[in-house]
Design a protein around this ligand. Structure first.
Ligand code: QAP
Ligand code: CO
Length: 168
């Protein structure tokens, strides 16, 4: 297993569109294990393959209290069940140190495949509904900062660019 490097905003590679997975082999299984390990190491609750510079439609999420229930979503999509929006203070491993309120539909039906290609569905509300929408956005090159005002986004961008210069 390995801990992978997480890309940070405004890295242009975070804007790439991920392509569907169609081979369910041991390489995919190894990659999802590395993603789970990387997510836990970074104290995250969700990680998209895009964030580790792999442009395939793969997510790992663990919204459990005990951090022992990783869920893998291959080729995820969702349908909105409840259009009503709810607000959540979102963060992102690719935007470290920043949290802002985002409004999203409060209930969604998640459709995805597991590591073996088996299809499953989850009726999600609460933090899982927030997380799947946030992570699916990554696969389409979208970040939670895109929902903020351009002023807020620019401020976050310049602060992170300064951080990156310091550590470069
Ligand atoms: C996305 O985000 C999410 O800034 C996952 O310094 C967030 O795991 C979905 C993290 C909120 C639903 C609600 C962020 C860790 C982790 C940071 C994360 C940080 C350390 C973010
Ligand atoms: Co994120």
């Amino acid at each position: 297993m390995a801990i992978l490097e997480i890309l940070e905003f405004p890295d242009p590679r975070l804007r790439k569109i991920a392509t569907p997975v169609n081979v369910f082999d041991s390489k995919l299984d190894d990659l999802t294990k590395d993603m789970v390990e990387t997510m836990y190491d970074a104290q995250g609750i969700g990680l998209a393959a895009t964030q580790i510079d792999v442009h395939k439609r793969i997510l790992v999420i663990d919204v459990s209290e005990s951090k022992d229930s990783p869920q893998v979503f291959i080729n995820p999509s969702f349908e909105i069940i409840e259009e009503e929006l709810s607000d959540y203070d979102e963060g992102c491993l690719s935007v470290p140190g920043f949290y802002e309120t985002v409004s999203r539909p409060q209930r969604v039906l998640i459709k995805a495949q597991d590591q073996t290609g088996g299809a499953f569905e989850i009726d999600a509300s609460g933090i899982l509904a927030v997380c799947i929408q946030h992570e699916t956005d990554h696969l389409d090159g979208k970040l939670f900062v895109d929902y903020l005002s351009s002023l807020k986004r620019q401020r976050i961008r310049s602060k992170l660019e300064k951080e990156h210069k310091k550590s470069a």
